[in-house]
Design a protein around this ligand. Structure first.
Ligand code: HEC
Length: 112
């Protein structure tokens, strides 16, 4: 083995090590803020208080997709809907989150 092929070999293994280090670093970075679900349309989008509340208190019974495909309702109608989930279906939604969720879903779906 001459000096030239030796240094190429060394270069290749250093590159390999470098890639490993990058992969490891990416894996251990604290970037995840929420649960890891395989499909992107299963959770309510966004980082707002409303998105967090909806993800906490709606997904235990149905998917985001199920809510997203409902007809467009007004805020007031979503409030009735979320209250119904809490009252009739016993969704464990804290009282102070009902309005937050209704407002969030209404703006998400473009109603006012
Ligand atoms: C404890 C279980 C449970 C939770 C939690 C829950 N729901 Fe429901 N939801 C139901 C049931 C049961 C139905 C009625 C399904 C049916 O009629 O087939 C329903 C129906 C719905 C419907 C369809 C329209 C209707 O009135 O039937 C919408 C929209 C809805 N839920 C939205 C939500 C939202 C938004 C949340 C979070 C705030 C939520 N649900 C939380 C159980 C739940």
């Amino acid at each position: 083995m001459n000096a030239n092929s030796m240094s190429r070999l060394l270069g290749a293994s250093l590159l390999g090590l470098g890639l490993c280090a990058v992969a490891l670093a990416a894996d251990s970075m604290p970037m995840r803020k929420s649960i890891d679900l395989p499909s992107s349309n299963r959770v309510f989008p966004g980082d707002s208080a409303g998105a967090k509340a909806a993800n906490s208190y709606c997904l235990m019974c149905h998917s985001y997709g199920m809510v997203a495909t409902q007809p467009t309702l007004t805020k007031a109608a979503w409030l009735v809907e979320v209250r119904k989930m809490k009252g009739a279906f016993k969704a464990p939604i804290p009282a102070d989150q009902v309005q937050v969720i209704a407002d969030y879903i209404a703006q998400l779906k473009g109603a006012h």
